[in-house]
Design a protein around this ligand. Structure first.
Ligand SMILES: Nc1ncnc2c1ncn2[C@@H]1O[C@H](COP(=O)(O)OP(=O)(O)OP(=O)(O)O)[C@@H](O)[C@H]1O
Length: 340
């Protein structure tokens, strides 16, 4: 079966007054139907440009973008318009029409698609129920909280029954509790309506919470892609490590004592492993920092432990962890490591 979104050698160059700027460089990517696909990267990496190529808001300068096997570059304007109705999009700043009430905001794309007013209204009411805002139909965006505005934007994006929903930093302007609620709604939409979701974010918590697949973009290139579990447990590139492991844990000042980084890759749970090591090896360790994640009920991430000064004890403890398939790396200086 064709992937629902496929990029084949996609590049995008912007021609600016300072000369050409290549925002995307030979991207190859496949998103399968039903995925919640996270695109992560530092600011300016090219995430928005990549996602805007999915609905041809940005037209690649090279390569092909295929939706369900059909090349967008070969479509005429009418076909492209129809195709775009199958791709909804939500944004960080919601992009609602401030002078229209909630119901009319949701009806807007339906009006453009030529749906009869009464039918549009009915569909908008259904959507309001799905996003949990039936009581706000007559409110104006200015009367809503950020989370409620994003719910309206989601309802509007779903109005034309899209197969794909693109989310460009959709939770970046929201507090953590509201973010969780919006992510739960997105997951529900993914599962109930089988809508493929593509999420751009700089927040790892968002990816951990709902994405099953991840792509990491750096300076216009796709540097890593795979299941969220794989990318989080074994980030390969420097940029992926930087994104996955928080900076504090990476830049530990060592200052003479012996430290190790213990990496959990989903094969063990943290509590028993460390507790058993302390009991069995009779060592004292200090946990200097931890950046642990729980993905699909398994422990991923890293922890920096200060080991006992006596070499034998420290070696014993390290050996104990390694025997349990836990990766232990010695932290030599400023976060540099040597794997045991
Ligand atoms: N229309 C444009 N004209 C010129 N340069 C552009 C244009 N759109 C984007 N760029 C440049 O392309 C690069 C990638 O931008 P893009 O918005 O895709 O990055 P991003 O990863 O989404 O970053 P952010 O998280 O900061 O939005 C940036 O350097 C940006 O300045």
């Amino acid at each position: 079966m064709n992937p629902i979104v496929e990029f084949k050698n996609v590049s995008k160059t912007f021609y600016t007054k300072n000369g050409p700027f290549q925002a995307l460089n030979q991207i190859n990517l496949a998103i399968q139907e039903g995925d919640i696909f996270g695109i992560i990267g530092l600011s300016g990496a090219g995430k928005s440009t990549l996602v805007r190529c999915i609905n041809y808001l940005e037209v690649p300068t090279e390569g092909e973008v295929r939706i369900a096997g059909r090349d967008l570059g070969k479509m005429n304007q009418k076909e492209l318009r129809r195709q775009r109705q199958e791709i909804g999009m939500i944004f960080q700043n919601f992009n609602l029409l401030m002078q229209r009430n909630v119901l009319d905001n949701i009806c807007f794309p339906l009006e453009i698609a030529g749906v009869k007013k009464a039918d549009a209204r009915k569909r908008a009411e259904e959507l309001l129920e799905i996003v949990g805002l039936s009581d706000k139909a007559k409110s104006y965006p200015s009367q809503l909280s950020g989370g409620q505005k994003q719910r309206v934007a989601i309802a509007r994006a779903l109005a034309t029954n899209p197969k794909i929903l693109l989310c460009d930093e959709a939770t970046s302007a929201l507090d953590p509790t509201t973010t969780k609620a919006i992510l739960a709604l997105l997951k529900e939409i993914n599962q109930k309506f089988k809508i493929t979701i593509v999420i751009i974010t700089h927040e790892m918590a968002v990816v951990e919470e709902i994405c099953n697949q991840v792509a990491i973009v750096d300076a216009g290139k796709l540097v890593e892609t795979g299941s969220a579990t794989d990318v989080f447990s074994k980030p390969q590139t420097e940029i992926a490590k930087q994104l996955v492991y928080k900076e504090e844990a990476n830049q530990l000042e060592v200052g003479g004592k012996r430290y190790v980084r213990v990496v959990f890759d989903g094969n063990s749970s943290f509590e028993p492993a460390i507790a058993d090591m302390i009991l069995n090896c009779r060592v004292r360790v200090n946990i200097m920092g931890a950046d642990m994640k729980n993905i699909d009920g398994k422990a991923y991430g890293q922890m920096i432990l200060q080991m006992p000064d006596e070499d034998v004890k420290a070696q014993q403890a390290i050996h104990y962890l390694e025997e349990r398939n836990i990766i232990v790396e010695e932290v030599t200086a400023h976060g540099n490591t040597g794997t045991h």
